[in-house]
Design a protein around this ligand. Structure first.
Ligand code: ADE
Length: 226
C-alpha cells in the first residue's frame, strides 16, 4: 500500500516512522510520504487560506494549492481521504475496507475546512471519503489521519506479527467490546486474577470471556447490542 499525506504541518506525521508502521515501511509492505501543502502554492506568500465567502469566523483553505497537490499525488486507483468532523463516522469496518486499497491520499485540512469545490471536483475523478473520527472537534485533520492510518495499516496482511490478536479485539466481527485481560502475577495488591482463567478449561474460559464482553458492552456501549 502507498499512503500520501498532505498537510501544512507535515511534522505531525513524523510519528508514522515509529513502531509498526515504520517496520512495515522497511519491509516494503507500505510506503508513506508526507507533503507540505505550501509546496503546491504559486504565489509569493505561499498562502493556503482566505476569508470565507458569506462571512463568519475563521479561515477557509484555498482551492488552488489543494487542486495542485491532489493533481500531483493522486493516482487513478487512489482513494482520497478527507478527515473532517462533518464526515461519516470512522469504524473498524471502514478501516478493513481501506486496508484493501492500493493507494490512499489524505488531505488534512486546518481552520474551518477546505473549499468544498476541491472535494466536489476530486469526487468526479477519484473515490473520495470524508471521514470523522468522532463527535468532537480537533484543530485539523492531522491527528485524525494518524489514527486512521494506524487502524488501517495494522490490518494489511503480513503487517501484524500475530494475526490472531486481530481476531478477538474490540469491534471485531462479533461487534462486542473486548473482555478484560490479566497477566502474571496471579495476585497483586490483594486482587486475584479470576479463577477460571487459571483453570486451563478452554470452554469455560471462552464462555467467561464472552459473558464479560457482553456485560461490558451492555454497560458502556448498549447501542452496539441493538
Ligand atoms: N478534523 C477536525 N476534527 C475532526 C474529527 N473529529 N474527525 C476527523 N477530522 C477532524
Amino acid at each position: 500500500m502507498r499512503i500520501d499525506v498532505v498537510s501544512i504541518f507535515p511534522a505531525y506525521l513524523d510519528a508514522l516512522q515509529l513502531s509498526l508502521a515504520g517496520k512495515a515501511q522497511s519491509s516494503g509492505l507500505l510506503q508513506i510520504a508526507t507533503h507540505d501543502l505550501r509546496e503546491f502554492t504559486r504565489d509569493k506568500h505561499r498562502s493556503v487560506d482566505d476569508t470565507p465567502y458569506g462571512g463568519g469566523a475563521g479561515m477557509v483553505m484555498k482551492a488552488e494549492p489543494w487542486g495542485q497537490a491532489l493533481d500531483a499525488l493522486t493516482s487513478d486507483e487512489a482513494v482520497v481521504v478527507v478527515p473532517t468532523p462533518s464526515g461519516t463516522p470512522f469504524t473498524q469496518r471502514v478501516a478493513e475496507r481501506l486496508s484493501t486499497e492500493q493507494h490512499l491520499v489524505f488531505a488534512c485540512g486546518r481552520y474551518e475546512g477546505i473549499d468544498q469545490r476541491v472535494i466536489d471536483e476530486a469526487g468526479t475523478r477519484w473515490r473520495v471519503e470524508e471521514i470523522s473520527l468522532g463527535d468532537f472537534v480537533l484543530n485539523g485533520g492531522e491527528v485524525a489521519a494518524l489514527a486512521i492510518i494506524e487502524a488501517v495499516v495494522r490490518l494489511i496482511p503480513g503487517f501484524m506479527g500475530n494475526p490472531e490478536s486481530l481476531v478477538e479485539e474490540s469491534h471485531g466481527t462479533d461487534g462486542l467490546l473486548e473482555y478484560p485481560v490479566y497477566t502474571k502475577p496471579a495476585s497483586w495488591r490483594g486482587r486475584d486474577v479470576p479463577e477460571v482463567l487459571l483453570s486451563g478449561h478452554h470452554a469455560a474460559i471462552a464462555a467467561w470471556r464472552r459473558e464479560q464482553a457482553l456485560e461490558r458492552t451492555r454497560q458502556r456501549r448498549p447501542e452496539l447490542l441493538d
